[in-house]
Design a binder for this molecule. Structure first.
Ligand code: UT7
Length: 320
């Protein structure tokens, strides 16, 4: 049986790191409000020359090095983003060119904050089908460029960054690999989290709009349910989980979701304080941090989860 195994992780952040206090100089907000309501203390914001594809490429290079392979070994790139460099071509092809990969399959996936989970599912299916052997799966965003900096209810919540993993098709995976993925979408909730523009409607990119309190209400229920579903699919239960790597939207959502599942909060990887919400980048960014600081180790059972605009949401169970 072929299974896809995560053999390397990487991440990249813009150079500029902005504290709540610095933000409060130009936005009508306070460090106290942001920390108390969200747990966010810092975010990185892209500067000149830093784009979704450039951050994605830096993260990809780290993941390729960690996997101990060459860029030319990659035959599939799936990039999750809602903030591509251009409407087209796919940012995945920009990453491909920057990495000097002469031929592979490369495309973007759009499921906003859940995009990385969707990308993992797509890459896993293509690897297990035998069509590809080594995939780069990336979540990368520059949400700072679609924020309304006059809207304090949203602009303080997001940051920029990228995370990447190398997934390899292995027939000798043993217990390792992607054990289960469960995804959902419910388009009835489009209007709770969206951008007010697009190529086919306004001919503009648009700005992010969110009814935060209503999104919050759905998040805890959907995330705890889908984690349980993915564990059931894998024939496992919450007590066996070593680490949860959640979408980093709000520390209160992370706490409430862990409580609902009866999970020890010390098993939850938290980076929202340092990175804020980086949409599709947030899960692979947090994953890379926990792998590099030695928390996630070979053999560990890890659950990845995310929810975002659409709504879309999902969870993946992975043995490292
Ligand atoms: O990544 C996709 C998933 N996204 C999410 O999961 C986000 C989910 N939602 C949330 O995380 C929270 O709902 C927020 C952090 C967005 C907001 O927290 P809240 O506790 O739901 O606050 P609220 O929106 O109900 O606003 C409470 C008050 C309001 O004032 P009044 O009307 O009570 O006087 C806002 O005007 O806080 C005010 N407010 C702010 N004050 C200072 C809103 N934004 C700010 C701000 N600084 N930045």
């Amino acid at each position: 049986m072929i299974r896809s195994v995560i053999t390397g992780t990487g991440s990249a952040l813009p150079v500029r790191r902005v504290s709540n206090a610095e933000l409060a100089k130009t936005v009508d907000t306070t460090d106290e409000w942001i920390v108390e309501r969200t747990g966010i203390r810092f975010r990185h914001l892209a500067g000149e020359g830093e784009t979704t594809a450039s951050l994605a490429t830096d993260a990809a290079r780290c993941a390729i090095a960690a996997a101990g392979i060459e860029a030319s070994d990659i035959d599939l790139i799936v990039l999750a983003t809602a903030t591509p460099d251009q409407t087209f071509p796919a940012s995945a092809t920009i990453v491909q060119a920057k990495l000097g990969i002469l031929d592979c399959v490369a495309f973007d996936v759009g499921a906003v904050c859940s995009g990385f989970l969707y990308a993992v599912q797509v890459a896993d299916a293509m690897l297990r089908a035998g069509a590809h052997s080594r995939a780069l799966v990336i979540g990368a965003e520059t949400f700072s460029r679609i924020l309304d900096w006059e809207d304090r209810a949203t602009c303080v919540l997001f940051g920029d960054g990228a995370g990447a993993i190398v997934m390899e098709a292995r027939s000798d995976a043993g217990e390792r690999g992607v054990l289960a993925v469960k995804l959902h979408a419910d388009g009835r909730y489009n209007e709770l989290l969206y951008v007010d523009g697009g190529p086919s409607t306004t001919g503009t990119v648009g700005k992010l709009r969110m009814k935060g309190r209503e999104v919050f209400r759905h998040a805890v229920n959907n995330l705890s349910a889908v984690m349980t579903e993915s564990l059931t699919l894998a024939g496992l239960d919450a007590a066996q989980v070593d680490w949860v790597v959640p979408h980093q939207a709000n520390a209160r959502i992370l706490d409430a979701t862990a409580r609902k599942l009866g999970l020890d909060p010390t098993k939850v990887v938290v980076t929202v304080d340092q990175h804020a919400n980086t949409s599709a980048a947030s899960v692979p960014l947090a994953l890379d941090h926990a792998v590099r600081d030695g928390r996630i180790r070979p053999g560990h059972l890890v659950v990845l989860e995310a929810m975002g605009g659409g709504f879309t949401w999902g969870a993946a169970v992975v043995r490292f």
